[in-house]
Design a protein around this ligand. Sequence first.
Ligand code: CP
Ligand code: NVA
Length: 300
Amino acid sequence: MNNFIDIKDLNLNQITNIFDVSAKLKKDRKGFSNGNKDPNQLLLNRVVALLFKKPSTRTRFSFEVGIFQMGGKSISVSSNELQISNLETMSDTASVLTKYLDMIVLRTENHSDLNDLIKYSDIPIINGLSDQSHPCQVLSDIFTYEEISGSIEDKKVVWLGDANNVCNSYIQASDKFNFELIICGPLEFIPRDNGVQNFQYEVDPKKALKNADLIVTDTWYSMHQTEKEREIRKKKMQNYTLTEKLLKISNKESLVFHCMPIYRNNEIMSDIADKFFDIFLKQAENRLHVQKGIMHWCFS
Ligand code: CP
Ligand code: NVA
């Protein structure tokens, strides 16, 4: 049994196994409708809860549909339907849920909730986004990059904008996959103590984007941030919108990634978002396949 909390917790061999299973499950579904079950029911007789302390579109649907296709049963609840909204602790909640369930996926604004779930339950726990990381998204992103452009090793990846939870998972991924990572944003938001300091930073986007193979951006305002933090970011991020002019500095063949939701004309100009929208959809679709690989690995 394994927990899936952060990319740094896995070795490359384990990630490669997850990708192999994801690719096979994806291939085996060619020609199926979304409601068809997989030939190989890898979650048969498993009940999985999806707990959301924050809104979600992609994570919720991709996990629910993935669990269904794998022959399992999902139960999705938002925190305001649970007694944690009446101040029951996450540790008591975890102790109880472990008696009913086989696995929990949690989206939370407080990464320590994941540690509570691990400590007080004995079933696999998956991080469906926290204030600190979004490993499901970033593994799906790497899978998507490699599907389109081949190995990401030694490629130049530029993170543009707020060095947020998704960016943290990119930092961890660069350590595992050996790609060059440049974080480009206002200096004060560049992470200082991440545990893995294997990235460079550059405040000038014109310098950072030179010869980039992959440009990744995300909303300037993450769900756990306060109004005040959002206001500060709005002022400081104005030079970090991905525009046509900036895009031209990167490699001709460079890809642009956005995990969505997109805030057009903030982190990315609307025309650039339209140009790369099919790629964003590939990222979103691969959440389904890669999370199936992750869930299978959690029970191995
Ligand atoms: N990218 C992502 O995690 O989207 P949701 O917030 O809609 O789940
Ligand atoms: N980084 C953003 C978007 C993640 C899907 C957030 O945490 O709200």
